[in-house]
Design a protein around this ligand. Structure first.
Ligand SMILES: Cc1cc2nc3c(=O)[nH]c(=O)nc-3n(C[C@H](O)[C@H](O)[C@H](O)COP(=O)(O)O)c2cc1C
Length: 368
């Protein structure tokens, strides 16, 4: 049986925020990779990171940095306080093969009682509704998170805009990006893809022109010293990826793909598994979505090579175990991040480094 996850899925978002990470093991001595890899103008020691999600605040960032993850993304913040959906926010979706699009047309069973047999066996749904603390709180905390990092590590701050009474969605994206810049974060990521929110901010990446317009305004506001990443969801058609890259690349330094994939999750009685309105559909992540993320990353890399070769590709989605890492690099990801995998295995980055750097016979930069 696997040890319990460091992010306790039985506890609420607030409990995880206040008291996590829940780790009882021993933090290993860092592996010195000896590498100086350029990540959007900053030097990192490896290509391994954690995307927006499990790193709820500076305590989480500092813990995973000590565990050897070198690119650490602070969970998406907003311009105002926004509560989380009630507990549970994560549930197992037991499924003994990876999803294809046909599987996702049917309801899937979600459950809290499942004992995964291996890391690759973990697929979950998550549904938080992109909660955020007040800007006064997260802005100060991002500063603390940055201060907790070592040489060769970097923080990415994920943010999203919200339609407000006094600011439309685009204005709020720009406003929040300006707040993000004030924290001292050198890399901002805009979340254009969240299946768990009802507003327009949820699926912006599906509209290339609107995405380009928002990014143009953010770039004009933050200048070029702060690097900008766009997070997108699954895209099935390469032509659509081309259109998105065409419309957004002038304003971007990297694209991160993919966010969770939407599914309808029910309990064994056939009722929505997650309680409360607006949660009939939620985001799937972990092992089951790997083929969908690899497909998107391959098409994205091909598109970027043709249209905007300076843009970096960040691969996310189903990197649950050390064996998955080379698949993402081979698909074209310059950097590789794990959310679900890192929740269950905080040693994931350590193991990637152990495999790639601590053995004399592995020298190929194509993989590491
Ligand atoms: C607990 C949890 C919370 C997440 N919250 C966010 C978020 O706030 N913003 C975001 O862009 N993605 C969020 N995600 C999505 C992840 O960044 C990632 O795109 C997705 O989980 C696929 O990667 P994985 O298979 O490694 O989990 C979250 C994922 C998890 C597991």
């Amino acid at each position: 049986m696997l040890p319990p996850p460091v992010y306790d899925i039985r506890k609420s978002y607030e409990e995880n925020y206040q008291h996590g990470p829940f780790f009882t093991g021993v933090i290993p001595k860092p592996i010195q990779t000896g590498r100086k890899i350029d990540f959007l103008g900053h030097t990192v020691s490896s290509r391994v990171g954690i995307p927006a999600g499990p790193l709820l605040n500076s305590r989480w960032i500092s813990f995973y940095a000590k565990m050897g993850f070198d690119i650490l993304t602070y969970k998406t913040v907003r311009s105002h306080f926004h509560p989380s959906y009630p507990n549970p926010n994560c549930m197992y979706v037991p499924f003994h093969k990876s999803f294809d699009l046909e599987d996702l047309r049917h309801p899937l069973i979600g459950t809290m009682s499942y004992n995964p047999s291996s890391l690759s066996d973990i697929t979950i749904t998550n549904s938080f509704g992109m909660p955020s603390q007040l800007p006064e709180i997260w802005m100060e905390d991002v500063g603390k998170a940055i201060d907790s990092l070592s040489d060769g590590q970097i923080l990415v701050l994920s943010l999203v805009g919200t339609q407000r009474d006094d600011r439309d969605l685009v204005q709020d994206f720009v406003y929040t990006a300006n707040l993000g810049k004030e924290t001292g974060a050198r890399i901002l990521e805009v979340n254009f893809s969240c299946p768990n929110v009802k507003g327009k901010e949820g699926q912006l990446y599906q509209n290339p022109d609107a995405s380009g317009e928002v990014l143009k305004k953010i770039r004009a506001a933050i200048g070029t010293a702060v690097r900008l990443v766009m997070k997108i969801g699954f895209i099935d058609h390469p032509e659509q990826i081309d259109r998105l890259v065409q419309a957004t690349s002038p304003y971007l330094d990297a694209i991160s793909a993919i966010n969770t994939v939407t599914g309808k999750i029910i309990n064994p009685e056939g009722q929505p598994a997650l309680p409360g309105p607006g949660r009939e559909k939620s985001g799937l992540c972990g092992g089951g979505i790997k083929p969908l993320s690899i497909k998107t990353i391959e098409a994205l890399k091909a598109s970027v090579d043709r249209i905007a070769p300076d843009l970096r590709v960040i691969g996310v989605g189903g990197f649950n175990a050390v064996e998955d890492y080379p698949d993402f690099r081979e698909a074209g990801a310059d950097f590789v991040m794990s959310a679900t995998g890192a929740m269950w295995d905080p040693f994931l980055a350590y193991h990637v480094k152990q495999r790639n750097f601590a053995q004399d016979n592995v020298t190929s930069d194509a993989i590491v």
